[in-house]
Write a protein that binds this ligand. Sequence first.
Ligand code: ZN
Ligand code: ZN
Length: 91
Amino acid sequence: MNAEQPLEARCDHCKQTRPLFLYEPDHNCHLVPRDCEWCDRDKQPLLCVRCWDQEREREENQPPTAEELALTEFFVGMSARTNRSTPEADR
Ligand SMILES: [Zn+2]
Ligand SMILES: [Zn+2]
């Protein structure tokens, strides 16, 4: 976050007049293309610190899609096989 004097205005979430910060999503690189509420927004909201933190938490806790889960499983399986071939890797 920059050290500039934040502007005070109405927060997009709680509608209270507070110093606001532009929300910037943290995950512009997805493993697979997906519908993402944060990346798909044309304009990020201006949020007070509290709402900003909530938004970041919500973004971080966003459940992975089926494709992402499959891909993760695939990578995990690959590295398991490279490290040591375990019989249970073959299903
Ligand atoms: Zn707020
Ligand atoms: Zn995203």
